[in-house]
Write a protein that binds this ligand. Structure first.
Ligand code: GN1
Ligand code: MG
Length: 688
């Protein structure tokens, strides 16, 4: 089955439905009160809670939802609700907010328009080219479809059918004018009129139906009483139908649509409303004899909002709707037109998508789009300045080394404004990179040569940056690999115990704090002049290298967010902890997690070769400590994040960060035992 989510955001309720795209049916739905006025952020959070609940009940994952459609009152453009008086909103980037919370493509459109469209294409107007929808609810709404497209008018809010005047100097309307259709044909007007007649006719059957309480009369009561022959009710219904017929005949006279679709709460009367209405229209429309316009009751009635919203993804071309990601991609100098965007890679921090565009010749061009995680990288413009300068510098080095600058270094695409990034309405930063064709990355070593290759590549990367002016680099994350400071952060997390998880992890906390002295080793070596600061990558996991799928060789170092002054041995160590192991970084079965000394040896050989004699002997002697340090450090970072409630690293299951921490601690225990062996191996390559 193919699923989507349809959200009907109303002034009173937020209704969310899980829609089956094939049958175009609502499989399940839930709602909460809107409680307007409320911020778009807080409303979106409620929407996401309902979405998650629906997915859980249906036993599906959020990523299985093809897209999310939101129908909202007010004027909408490119996912931004420009103005919605019912919600008290102006310029709220609802699409971006929902996207950022769910990661699913999100479309936003005006509620009456999407309801009308759903009726025209799949509802009572199926197969028709033109349809006008009249919604009889709290107010009277409308939507106009011409040639299967929504007619929004030059100002963007056409189809205010409820505010067509049908009686000069008539009843007062909420809009300030007099005589509007809404003042006669909304459900509220119907109730008001029933009450007026009840006071004039104390023996009307409507009194009984309302239980003797005039405040409890509803829009259904006059119809029921009229069928029983009640005079007062008959007059209410007749007047109602007459006024509605005037409104609808005006619509027919102006548009001559194939279908007029009557929806909203009052349309629940079905034939009781439709048959007299059709009868009246015979006398009110122009050219009735020859008229081919059909007047019908809406198919979706109360669910029109959910269905219309859910199906937005199917009507995005016609409605000229674009998802948040598409709108961002269009702000860059891309070749061709946007086709799709899919989640990409296994990074724990940024939101990464593989974007496909199509050129007029029909060629597909691929890009990598990333939304920079602002809570991790506090100053994205500085980060992007590093990124652009470093890639430029590395490009020159690659040309010097005789490499292919197109495939061996990342390439930033400029925005139309000539910048290296785009900022969206919410102040989020996005960058676009060319995708290196025929390449892939690995989360685990598949062949030993691969690991050796990655060692040469990371070593060479450091070598290429050996003359980079370090003082021009911004520090994108302060104290990133300052392990004693990471211990301090762990202690803060322990003291806070934000989620009450501390008692669960006593053994892990003890393991971490027992090694507090060890944590200082590299800082001391640096102070003693044995470990220089260099320009380093600082995130040298195997999956941050692209391999050529044709040759199997390493190709390009990626993930350049943390290039900063650092220690060479930490770059070495980060690769070891991630690659020289028999399991993935998050393997929960610790019996499968073992340090692999032969992979350690291969990497040592490759890294020393890659750095081309650029590292000092005292530095090289610290390589095994670097391996242990990075394993320890990321282990305590995972543990601290678990205690803090998983706010830093992206998780995919409960306890994910704890599994990762335990995994790294198991690896560290192995390494502690293997330290003499590691030192012997390193010594062997130093002397070569
Ligand atoms: C993060 O973004 P990604 O997944 O490549 C983290 C690294 C950790 C790593 C653990 C900026 O790297 O420091 O070692 O997860 N990056 C940042 O897998 O914190
Ligand atoms: Mg990465």
């Amino acid at each position: 089955m193919k699923y989507c989510i349809g959200i009907d955001l109303g002034g009173t309720n937020i209704a969310v439905g899980l829609v089956d795209l094939d049958s175009k049916r609502i499989l399940d739905k839930r709602s909460v009160k809107t409680l307007a006025p409320r911020s778009a952020d807080s409303i979106a959070q409620d929407m996401v809670k309902l979405i998650t609940g629906l997915c859980e009940r249906a036993g599906i994952k959020l990523w299985q939802v093809e897209w999310i459609g939101v129908a909202t009152p007010g004027v909408v453009k490119d996912g931004v609700v420009i103005s919605a008086p019912n919600l008290g909103w102006r310029n709220e980037p609802l699409g971006e907010i929902v996207y950022s919370l769910t990661g699913r493509p999100t479309f936003v459109a005006n509620d009456a328009n999407c309801a009308a469209y759903a009726e025209a294409i799949w509802g009572c107007g199926v197969g028709s080219q033109s349809l006008v929808a009249v919604t009889l609810g709290t107010g009277v709404g409308g939507g106009i479809i011409v040639d299967r497209k929504v007619w929004e008018g030059i100002n963007g809010f056409a189809a205010e059918i409820g505010h067509m005047v049908i009686e000069a100097n008539g009843r007062q309307c909420g809009c300030g004018k007099r005589g509007c259709l809404e003042a006669y044909c909304s459900a509220s007007a119907l109730v008001k009129e029933s009450r007026r007649m009840m006071t004039l006719y104390p023996d009307s059957a409507m009194w009984q139906l309302a239980g003797g309480d005039i405040n409890r009369v509803s829009g259904i009561h006059p119809f029921v009483a009229a069928r029983a022959g009640d005079v007062a009710a008959n007059q209410v219904v007749n007047d109602y139908v007459n006024y509605l017929a005037i409104g609808i005949s005006n619509i027919i006279n102006v548009f001559q649509p194939e279908v007029v679709c009557v929806g909203g709460g009052v349309s629940g009367e079905g034939d009781n409303l439709l048959l007299p209405l059709r009868e009246r229209l015979k006398y009110t429309s122009f050219g009735t004899e020859a008229s081919r316009t059909r007047v019908e009751i809406a198919k979706y009635r109360n669910d029109a909002g959910i269905i219309g919203a859910g199906l937005l993804g199917l009507m995005k071309e016609e409605l000229q709707l674009k998802s948040v990601v598409e709108l961002i991609v269009e702000k860059f100098e891309v070749e061709g037109a946007f086709v799709s965007a899919q989640p990409f890679g296994n990074g724990h921090i940024n939101d990464t998508r593989l974007v496909k565009c199509k050129t007029p010749d029909g060629d597909l061009v691929e890009y990598v789009l990333q939304k920079i995680n602002k809570s991790v990288f506090k100053n994205p413009p500085e980060l992007m300045e590093n990124y652009a300068k470093v890639t430029e510098f590395v490009r020159e080095q690659i040309i010097e080394q005789g490499g292919d600058p197109e495939r061996e270094v990342l390439h930033l695409i400029k925005s139309h404004e000539g910048k290296d990034y785009v900022v969206d309405n919410r102040g989020e930063y996005w960058r676009l990179l060319t995708y290196v064709t025929d390449s892939m990355s690995y989360d685990k070593v598949e062949r030993p040569e691969q690991f050796y290759d990655s060692a040469v590549a990371f070593g060479n990367f450091q070598y290429m940056l050996r003359n980079y002016p370090a003082d021009t680099l911004h520090e994108t994350i302060k104290n990133f690999h300052n392990t004693p400071d990471r211990v301090r952060q762990l202690k803060d997390a322990i003291a806070l115990d934000a989620c009450g998880r501390l008692s669960e992890v006593e053994a892990e906390v003890k393991f971490a704090l027992d090694r507090e002295e060890f944590a200082k080793t590299l800082e001391i070596a640096h102070e003693e002049g044995r470990l220089p600061l260099r320009v380093t990558h600082n995130d040298t996991k195997l999956n941050n290298i692209l391999f050529d799928t044709k040759t199997g060789k390493s190709l390009c170092v990626v993930d350049l967010d943390t290039i900063m002054p650092g220690y060479s041995v930490n770059d070495f160590g980060d690769s070891i902890r991630f690659g020289a192991t028999t399991a993935l970084e998050d393997e929960a079965d610790l019996t499968k997690v073992n340090f692999d000394i032969s992979l350690f040896e291969l990497y040592t050989k490759g890294f020393i070769e890659g750095t081309k004699g650029g590292l000092t002997v005292s530095e090289l002697e610290l390589l095994p400590i670097g391996a242990m340090m990075m394993t320890y450090e990321v282990g305590i970072r995972f543990l601290a994040d678990y205690l803090n409630g998983d706010v830093y690293f992206r998780t995919h299951r409960p306890g994910h960060n704890l599994d990762r921490a335990r995994n790294q601690f198991k690896l560290l225990s192995d390494m502690e035992k293997a330290l003499p062996e590691m030192q012997r191996i390193v010594a062997k390559y130093i002397n070569k």
